[in-house]
Every structure is written in C-alpha cells, then in structure tokens.
Design a protein around this ligand. Structure first.
Ligand code: ZN
Length: 422
C-alpha cells in the first residue's frame, strides 16, 4: 500500500470545521472518522467520558474612572462569580509578579500581560486580588479580522481558590492603560456544566505478540473559531493513513489507534484513556502521537519522550531513508504526556514551527489553504516506516522506563508535587 497524501487531504477537508470538546460538532467529526475506519473493514468504538466546564451567563467589564467606557470581554469558565449586578474595584496593571507589584495589588482588579501559570496565580491570589484579566491577540489586530476566545480556569487553579477572571483584546487593554483607568466595574456569572466527549478507538490484534500493545494517537478536537486543520485534523488523518497501512499489513504486536477528544481542554481524552485502561497499562509498550501537521511552510519534527537512545534511532533512520526532521528529547503539550505519566515512552511526530507562514494555532487562521497533500504525506510515510520497524521488531527496541529528566518534565507539566521521600 502507498501512503496517499491526497486521500488524507480529502478526509481533512471533511473534518475541517470547528469541533470543540463535548459539542455536537466534535461528535460529528468522531462519526466521520468512524465511517472512514469502516471502509477498511474494521469496527471502531466510541469511548465516552465526561468533561466538566462552565457556561458563561454574563461577562461584563467597564472602566468607570476617569471616564465610563464598556469593553467586550469573555469570562473564564469555572472562575468565581461576582455579586449579582456587578462589583466596582480599583484597577491596576500588574506588569510582572515581583514583590512591589504584588504588594500594590491587594484588593484590586488586575490586568495581566502574558500567560498566567498556576504558580503566578498562587502569587496573585495570595496577594489578595479582587479578580484578574488576561489579554489576547496583538496590538495591531483589527476587531473584524480576529476573535476573542473564552478561557477556562483549570482545576489546578481552582484548587488555589477562585476569583472572577476575564479575557480582553490586547488593543483594548492598551487603550485602557493609556486612558489612565483607576476604577472598573466587573460582572461575571458562570455555571458548572457537564458534557460528554468521546475517544474513537480501533484495534488491530498482533499476529505474534497480541499482548504487547502500541498505542497510536492524535486528537481530533479543535478550539473555538478554528477549523483546526493544522492542529490537529492533520494528525487525525495521518494516523488514519497509518491504520490503512497496518490493516493491509497485519502487525506482529497489537496496534491500538485512538482519536482523542477534548485535548484542547487539558489532554482530557488521553487522561480518560489511561484511566480507563489502568489495569492493562503494563502491556502498553509505547505510544506514537501525531500533533500538528500538513503545513506547506513547515518543517518536520520528532519529539522523543523516552530515553535518548530513541532520538539516535530516529536520527539514523531519518538519514537512512532521506527524511528531513528535527529531533528533540523531551515532552510535548499533547496526548503523549498522560501516557508518559504512566511510564509509557512515546514518539511525537509533527510538522510546523518554521515561522508565521504556516498555521496560526488556535485561531481562525489555522486554514486548509496553508496545508498541502505533499506535506501530509511526507510525515506519514516516515511515521509508517518507523512504526513498521518497531512494531514488527524481534525485540521491542525502546525500553519501557523513562529517564529522570522526562519524569521531572512530566511532573512539572502536570503540576504534580514532588513525591515525599519515605
Ligand atoms: Zn494539538
């Protein structure tokens, strides 16, 4: 069988619509993937899991001093509610998380520039802020050409404590600061909701070692406003083509293909999967993950969440077959991380990272016009070559242990406290 970039591209066009976690559109995409799997004579299954997030009923923000002016904002899902009808607070720009800024922040509603990590949040929460607002986009964005996304206060932040939280366009944030705002009125009403998201799973039993399982995964959900073709419709169609190869070339070890839902809300599909299969994870030797791909102006990437030996193996194999790729040892903010958390090594394939000419992650500009069949095909061919070798190896070559540097990265990423020494 030949890997066919055009076939991949056609499937990518079919699933290239907004498909957010727990929505009817995400389920629709799952069914399109299942229909494609059935064309190979295989029967996939839907594995549902619950996702919890919040509905925003009201999110209002206005500067009240020196002059009244309302701004468009989004509220953070699962953040704290204000008093009904809103609250007025003193306002400040918390430029960075240093002691001077933190001391001034007490009782105030603060504007933050950049990402707020859990550690940052612990600092501002301890400082006694009344609420916070992050900013999105850039200072040159035009309103009609950009979207303001809705953020979620994750459980790791909620555990610290909840305050009202908002997100605003950077152009508006700039205007607010230039206007010398000193007081603001905020109103936020959020409500906890539960939805169902699904992993799509199909298995090809191994002919010689059916009890040794290798997982091949890609997430198929997208964020709001984004058709998510680069991130990660591309990975979804890449593993579909890999499935097609192995359906025709039965592997010695069992291959389990998983299209994960709800990755964008915090790797929820892969977390649900490793939880669901907790009892059999000692049979899972390895994971192959594909996240982002198909970008014409991209470059190929491989991230080895494993011992360094795998990096060399991938480098040598790439040279042998003439495949251009960067190779790095580490973790990815993707579905391979919950597997690594259970001690399962992984190889992540992707294509991107060469500058702004490719997909604009998590925006409406992650577009099919930036994707080509050739760019999909080249990565898929290499992924098939790699998988074909390791899956059929006499002795599985990648040790099922993770070195300490990877364990530390995973724990840091998942916000785990260091284990206490006995
Ligand atoms: Zn992704």
């Amino acid at each position: 069988m030949q890997v066919d970039g055009n076939r991949q591209f056609e499937l990518l066009e079919k699933i290239g619509f907004v498909r957010m976690s727990g929505t009817a559109e995400e389920l629709k995409a799952a069914h399109i993937l299942m229909d494609e799997i059935r064309t190979m004579g295989l029967e996939p299954r839907l594995e549902p899991f619950e996702v919890h997030y919040g509905k925003i009923n009201t999110a209002k923000f206005a500067v009240t001093q020196p002059e009244y002016r309302e701004y468009t904002v989004t509220g953070y899902r699962c953040a704290g509610c204000t008093a009904p009808g809103g609250e007025e607070h003193e306002f400040m720009y918390l430029e960075q998380y240093d002691d001077v800024m933190l001391q001034k922040a007490k009782g105030k509603f603060v504007l933050i520039n950049g990402r707020m990590t859990v550690d940052d949040y612990k600092k501002v929460y301890a400082a006694g802020i009344a609420g916070f607002m992050t900013m999105g986009g850039t200072v040159i964005d035009e309103v009609e050409k950009t979207d303001l996304d809705t953020r979620t206060m994750r459980d790791s932040m909620r555990e610290v404590g909840v305050v009202p939280a908002f997100h605003i366009r950077m152009t508006d944030a700039l205007e607010i600061l230039k206007s010398g705002a000193t007081k603001v009125k905020i109103e936020l009403d959020t409500e906890a909701t539960t939805h169902t998201s699904n992993n799509v799973v199909v298995e090809i039993p191994g002919t010689e070692h059916p009890d040794e399982i290798i997982d091949v995964g890609a997430h198929y959900d997208s964020v709001e406003f984004s058709s998510g073709v680069w991130d990660n419709g591309a990975g979804s169609v890449t593993i579909m083509e890999m499935l097609r190869f192995f359906a025709e070339n039965p592997p010695k070890r069992t291959l389990r293909f998983i299209w994960f839902g709800s990755e964008e809300l915090g790797l929820l599909g892969s977390h649900a999967y490793v939880k669901q299969y907790a009892d059999e994870l000692d049979k899972h030797l390895f994971m192959i993950n594909v996240d982002v791909g198909g970008s014409v102006l991209g470059g190929n990437m491989a991230v080895c969440t494993s011992d360094e030996g795998l990096c060399k193996y991938v480098e040598y194999l790439a040279k042998e077959v003439g495949y251009s790729t960067s190779v790095r040892n580490g973790i990815m903010s993707s579905d391979s991380t919950p597997f690594a958390d259970k001690g399962i090594p992984a190889l992540n394939f992707g294509r991107g990272g060469r500058g702004p000419g490719m997909g604009f992650m998590h925006t409406r500009y992650d577009m099919i016009s930036l994707i080509s069949p050739q760019a999909l095909q080249v990565v898929t061919e290499f992924a098939v070559t790699f998988a074909d070798r390791v899956v059929n190896a006499v002795v599985f070559p990648v040790p099922r242990t993770l070195p300490q540097n990877i364990v530390d990265q995973v724990n840091k990423y998942l916000n785990k406290k260091p284990e206490k020494k006995a």
